[in-house]
Design a protein around this ligand. Sequence first.
Ligand code: PGA
Length: 251
Amino acid sequence: MKKLLIANWKMNYGPIKAGSWIRAFRRERLPKDIDIAVAVPFVSLAAARASLGRASIPALAAQNTFWEDEGAYTGEVSPTMLSEFGAAYCLVGHSERRTHLGETDDMVAKKAAALQKAGIAPVICVGETAAQRKKGEAVKAVRAQVQSAIANLKGDGRAPCVVAYEPVWAIGSGRPCSPQDTKEMHELIRGVLTKKFGHLAEEIRIIYGGSVDVRNISEYMTTTGVDGALVGGASLDPRNFGLICRAAVPA
Ligand code: PGA
């Protein structure tokens, strides 16, 4: 399975800076055998697309969506709108949205299904909090999040989603989850996916996110069951993200 690296800018870079990031990243020497995407704010999608020109790397991802195609939902953006920008992926249920915007498992499930219908791969973000891990409830929490998020997805044809395991305590903390703990959680997630999708689950990429940087990326990429990474802070500099992409693939 081809590995997947996604840069997540979060709420950084309006159209002007987005354009220069893409142009700078295009100058990086990139490995051929991995998929690379960048998750940009809505308002920067058009600029990112324009700076890409005919190039298809990096693929574009959105950071959020609504679950209806159109209608009276002031301030929201639909999957069909995102597909007009050629977005290949869209994050759903990032912990920052769950925390600051009250995004629930039910909303995440609706968003994931709407994205699949629009032909955009949902990148379903799940992960336990520090308190849940401390209480020994990490597995229970992540299992429930994954089960709920995939409930409305269809399992025919190609991989219905990507799952990003992002322990909340590891995000932006400089304290990444150990490869061993990551491996165990990815195995659990794969099990949940297999229960619902059977053999198709083998094609679903489960990626890790949380304080990934150029020093630790190769460790994750060589960990069994880790199919890529979601990179926040360390992706803000296009040259640094280029370094991460190169370090992700053994020379
Ligand atoms: P981080 O963020 O790499 O800055 O920890 C990852 C994410 O939130 O996707």
